[in-house]
Design a protein around this ligand. Sequence first.
Ligand SMILES: [Zn+2]
Length: 334
Amino acid sequence: MATICGTVLLGVWPAQAAPEKKANNAPAETKSMKAIFAERKDTFEKVSALTGIPWYYLAAVDQYERTINLAKKRTVDNTTTGIYITELQWCGMMNPDHEDTVEASIALFDGMGRDGSGDGLADRKNGLDVLYSMAMYMLKRGTAQEDLRIGLWEYYQNTRSVERIQQFAGIYSKFDTLDLHEHTFVMPLKADYTYRSTWGASRGWGGFRIHEGTDLFAGYGVPVRSATYGIIEVMGWNPYGGWRVGIRDLSNVYHYFAHLSGYSKEVKQGDIVKPGQVIGWVGSSGYGKPGTSGKFPPHLHYGLYRDNGLTDWSFDPYPFLRKWEREERLRSKK
Ligand SMILES: [Zn+2]
C-alpha cells in the first residue's frame, strides 16, 4: 500500500480511486509525505549545487514526469525521481551494450547517462544518476533560463511540455517547498451553495454535448476560490464560459471556472495562487458577446481536465469536490 499511497498523493489524480475512503487516515499519510518531500528537495538541492540549475527547475521536470507516468501508466521503479529515460537514450542509439554503465563509452555513443552519485557508474537505476544526467542534458545550451528552455525543448520536442515545466518551476520557486498538494473547496464552506453530480450528462447548464463539469448553484457574488496551488493559465471572456479562469496545478490538472460575474483585483493571468484564494465571484456570464449575462441562473461551472502530454481530457470533478469539502470541514474542526 505504501507505494500506492505515494503515487496517489504525488500524482493525486488516480483514474479509479475512490476519494471517499481516504479521509480517515489522511494525517498519517500527510506526515510521511512531508518527510518524502523534504528528502526530495534535499536531492534537488544537491544536484543543483553540482550543475547550477535552480532546484525548482529540477523539481518541475521531476514532477512533470510523474504526472506523465501516471497519465501514460508508465512504471518507474525509482523513489528518488520520476524522470523516465529509456535504455537507448541512456546508453546511446548505436551502443551495442544496452546496460552500459561506463560514462566514457556512453559518451562515445552520444548517450545521456552520467554518474551523479560519484560511485563511478552511470547507472540508469540510480535516481541521483538519472537526475544528474537530465540536468546535464538541460545544460547543453547554457545555464540562462532561455538556454534551459531550449534544452528542455530539445529533450521533449514539444512546446506543451516546456510550458508545463516552466509553470511548475514558478510554483515551486514561489513557495520554496514541494509540499503543495493540499486542496480546499471552491467556495467558502459557510456560503449558501448546492451541487450534485452533473458530469457527462445533458443535465447541466450549457451542456449541448456532454457536460464536462459540475454546476454549483449559488447567489451572485459568492466568492469563487482556487482549490489548489497552481498558476492562472487563462483569464478572460469565452463565448460559452463567459468570464472564466483556468488554473493549472502541480498534478498537471487544469481547473476551469466559468460564468463568473467578475474577477478579484488581486489576481491576473500568470499569477501563482494557493488553495482558498479568491479568484472571482459567482455569476451568470456567457452565451453571447463579452458582457452577456443572465441567460441562466447564477452558478459556477467547474471542470477538471488532465494533461496526458498531448491533449487535455475531462474527468468528473464531483467526487473531488466532495472530498475537498469534507477535508476542509475536518481541518476547520481541529
Ligand atoms: Zn456547467
